[in-house]
Design a protein around this ligand. Structure first.
Ligand code: BEZ
Length: 388
């Protein structure tokens, strides 16, 4: 009898252990919350492509786990962001959220992720607060803070280009405001003066009146934050208004990343700053660019890199926990201490979970954002307000 009992107990234990094993090794549910429509649609697709490329290169797995993907189109629409992220958290029960592009949407996502303790990896949106006051153990970013490329461009405009005055122009929302603030901090710390801060509502692309105002003000330089479809329109309008050869135009690199085919000659010669360039030529980048082009019949851009690195970072966390996502402390610790072998060059995470990375000065030559030097070495976001 006792023997039967112990056999039954052992069988039950085995069954239990087997279930736990299956749970551990079942598919990890990854929710993409990205823009698939609107002015940032191409950016969302590039991020997903990059993420999937890493999984494809690793037999369809990330950190040894098979992946199930769920997708939500966030439309870069902050007013729908809370509902959208809750579809992934509450309806789909995802393990990890990867998203998004638009800073306003990302702020709502960070709040929901923090409240539900869902692991969130931000593969673009630079909202300073995500790794500032809203920083949390379960929130990581594989892209940049809005401050980073903008601050570096402020230094370049004042120190290297020797400009004394600038006018800024951006979409009026978190990313644009923070980008302008970063530029101004760098520029004015080296003796420059921002004369006026101009803006249009997001995603408006009616620039004519503001270009007329800039022409009348005659600053030494113009600094802008635009990306995706809006960046294409702005660069073309700036050239068509006859300003390109009269007042040098600078931007955070989103101005010319993933946009050069559409911008054509109007972008040629523009200087921007970013944590990626098209000709870095390091071994990781060479393989990445070859595989990306082969898989998608497209050249990769910074958004693809950031998506790829989101997958790499998650893989590092999962591998450390031997694929057991329930060991969240182990996953997080490994992500915090990761050295990500990125196509942009290796980077580490700051204590606020934002990349510490080189910012390149790039020049558009033909259809390429060419690296022409370092604008800032191993630049860390100041992470103002983060208590981790
Ligand atoms: C942002 O909203 O943070 C953003 C959007 C596009 C490119 C870069 C930043």
């Amino acid at each position: 009898m006792n023997r039967f009992l112990s056999i039954a107990t052992a069988a039950a234990l085995c069954l239990g252990a087997g279930t736990a094993f299956a749970q551990t090794q079942g598919k990890l549910k990854v929710g993409f919350m990205l823009p698939y429509t609107g002015t940032f649609a191409a950016l969302g697709t590039a991020i997903e492509n990059g993420f999937r490329l890493y999984a494809d290169e690793n037999g369809g797995k990330i950190g040894g786990r098979e992946i199930e993907f769920v997708k939500v189109d966030d439309e870069s629409e902050p007013s729908k962001a809370t509902d959208n992220v809750n579809k992934l958290i509450k309806r789909d029960n995802v393990d990890v959220i990867v998203g998004t592009v638009h800073s306003g949407v990302a702020l709502a996502m960070a709040k929901a992720a923090k409240e539900s303790n869902t692991l969130l990896i931000v593969p673009n949106a630079g909202a300073d607060a995500v790794t500032g006051p809203m920083c949390a153990p379960n929130i990581f970013r594989t892209s940049f803070s809005n401050w980073q490329p903008a601050y570096a461009m402020g230094l370049v405009a004042a120190e290297k280009q020797k400009h004394k005055t600038a006018v800024t122009l951006t979409w009026k929302y978190a990313a644009g405001d923070e980008s302008v603030r970063g530029f101004k901090e760098g520029f004015e710390s080296k003796g420059g003066k921002v004369l006026k801060e101009l803006s249009v509502p997001f995603p408006n692309v009616e620039f004519q009146a503001l270009l007329t105002e800039i022409a009348a003000m005659k600053p030494d330089a113009v600094y802008v934050f635009f990306a995706g479809g809006g960046a294409v329109k702005f660069v073309k309008d700036y050239a068509a208004a006859g300003l390109k050869d009269r007042i040098p135009l600078y931007g955070a690199g989103f101005l010319t990343d993933g946009t050069l085919e559409a911008q054509g000659e109007a972008a040629n010669g523009l200087l921007t700053t970013l944590h990626y360039a098209d000709d870095l030529g390091n071994p990781k980048d060479k393989v990445f660019r070859t595989n990306y082009a082969k898989t998608y019949k497209l050249q990769p851009d910074v958004y693809a890199v950031q998506g790829y690195d989101a997958a790499q970072l998650l893989a590092t966390g999962l591998a450390a926990a031997k694929g057991d996502f329930s060991k969240r402390d182990v996953v997080v610790k490994a992500m915090e201490t990761a050295k990500v072998d990125s196509p942009r060059g290796a980077f580490t995470m700051s204590t606020s979970h934002n990349p510490i990375q080189d910012i390149y000065l790039r020049k558009v030559e033909g259809k390429v954002n060419r690296n022409i030097g370092l604008a800032a070495k191993a630049l860390a976001d100041p992470a103002r307000g983060c208590k981790l």
